[in-house]
Design a protein around this ligand. Structure first.
Ligand code: ZN
Length: 198
């Protein structure tokens, strides 16, 4: 069984390791989270462990430490609400009530600026590696807590809302497993093709 998470009124999950990022702003007036966006990230790419993801989101990453950082991340200001590490540990960088900077140019069925109305969850991982069972356990608990707290209508991958530009969470991410773990109805997964008949 998974652990029950809860989101407090200020938009923070008590069970998460809290690392407040300066990279956020208020959501537009009247905008509430209705979309959950699933990503993968690893820094350096395809290397797991370490603290580089947190350092990126906290603007403390030493870009001299790796050529990839120098080439792609110097001066970049990004964040996600959550990171789930390989061992299932949950970190939170931005309150869910605020607008984090994870999606970039994006379009959800004609609605642009997905950061305005979404919650971003980064799984430590890559497009070429299966995710860990511990990560699915934490993700399932987190998604359940978020759907209980906010009027979430859908979940999407970053690649769904930024096709051609983004490929994460990648082919190894098991959407059906997330659906099974959360018991969410098919309508929460508008990008999934359901083969079974109703
Ligand atoms: Zn992404």
């Amino acid at each position: 069984m998974s652990i029950a998470f809860a989101v407090d009124a200020d938009g923070w999950v008590a069970q998460a390791h809290r690392l407040p990022s300066p990279n956020f702003e208020a959501r537009p007036q009247g905008s509430v989270p209705t979309l959950i966006v699933v990503h993968n990230i690893s820094l350096p790419p395809n290397q797991f462990g370490g603290t580089a993801i947190a350092e990126l989101f906290l603007n403390t990453l030493d870009c001299d430490a790796h050529p990839y950082y120098e080439a792609h991340l110097r001066g970049v200001r990004v964040s996600a609400h959550f990171v789930i590490h390989r061992d299932g540990e949950l970190e939170q960088f931005v309150s869910c009530n605020e607008r984090a900077w994870h999606a970039g140019p994006s379009n959800f069925f004609g609605r642009e600026r997905c950061n305005d109305f979404s919650i971003g969850i980064e799984l430590e991982g890559s497009d070429t590696t299966p995710f860990e069972a511990a990560q699915y356990r934490t993700l399932g608990s987190l998604v359940s807590a978020l759907t209980a707290r906010y009027p979430i209508e859908a979940l999407a991958g970053h690649s769904d809302i930024a096709p051609g530009r983004k490929t994460d969470p990648g082919p190894h991410f098991e959407w059906a497993r997330l659906q099974r773990d959360t018991l969410l109805a098919d309508r929460y997964f508008p990008y999934l093709k359901f083969s079974r008949t109703l």
